[in-house]
Design a binder for this molecule. Structure first.
Ligand SMILES: C[S@@+](CC[C@H](N)C(=O)[O-])C[C@H]1O[C@@H](n2cnc3c(N)ncnc32)[C@H](O)[C@@H]1O
Length: 233
């Protein structure tokens, strides 16, 4: 009751609102929260991981579910001009990433049409990719989407190319209808954010020419696990 009264007073008097400049700054950063926060940390984590896996500036790179370019800002900087491509279902995130996160110099390195809105993982840009990543995408899509994503991305990769995908892992002995209790409430595996067994991902990858390797911990702050998929002939 006291809280309701306080919020009503704040709305009527405008008192307690952050100043306009702060409000604008917050709106400019909203896309960062929409992709899960940890903006600097998870962006840099992805670059460092990929470089450790052998990514070179001359490689062509695909970011699947690239969002507002949390990793993209680092990858555009690292890769040779024109070598970064990204797809996402949300045009607003792509636009926010391109206009608010990239510097003018970085925008010169990334043609705008290398960022594509697609809801079916259409990554046919007319080039073959050496490496790709999907970070925190499979936590938000169904197993059928994952199967489709792996199928369509496989068709755009070079033989020997690597696709790194993260997922929220369920313990192998966890019951199919189990519910995970967390500080923020109950988590159901059939609802977004999804969690999967390792064998689910292996099954989904089995429809396309991929070799599956579980990497596991890669330093993600929310404990998402990593899988490496290598494109086979
Ligand atoms: C948690 S965010 C992660 C974004 C980015 N990978 C990063 O590390 O910042 C998940 C992203 O997946 C995108 N997404 C969700 N469903 C998708 C789909 N079916 N196809 C493509 N992107 C999708 C969302 O729009 C969002 O940008």
């Amino acid at each position: 009751m006291a809280r309701k009264l306080k919020s009503l007073t704040r709305r009527l008097t405008g008192r307690g609102k952050p100043p306009p400049k702060k409000r604008r700054q917050r709106a400019d950063r909203a896309h960062r929260m929409r992709v899960g926060g940890y903006w600097d940390r998870v962006g840099k984590l992805q670059l460092d991981f990929l470089v450790a896996q052998g990514l070179k500036p001359t490689d062509r790179f695909l970011d699947v579910g690239c969002g507002a370019l949390r990793a993209g800002v680092h990858l555009v900087e690292y890769l040779d001009p024109g070598n970064y491509y990204g797809v996402d279902i949300d045009e607003d995130l792509l636009t926010a990433g391109y206009t608010l996160e990239l510097s003018p110099e970085q925008r010169l390195k990334l043609p705008r049409d290398h960022l594509r809105r697609t809801d079916r993982f259409d990554a046919d840009f007319g080039v073959d990719f050496d490496q790709a990543i999907a970070t925190s995408l499979f936590t938000h899509v169904s197993l059928n989407h994952i199967r489709l994503c792996l199928y369509r991305v496989a068709s755009q990769m070079k033989v020997g190319g690597k696709f790194f995908v993260t997922f929220r892992e369920a313990p192998s002995e966890f019951p199919l209808d189990g519910v995970i209790k967390t500080k923020k409430g109950a988590k159901h595996n059939e609802r977004d954010p999804y969690w999967y067994w390792r064998s689910d991902l292996e099954w989904a990858a089995g429809f396309s020419p991929w070799e599956f390797r579980y990497i596991g911990d890669w330093g993600h702050p929310r404990n998402q696990r990593m899988v490496e998929l290598t494109r086979t002939p």
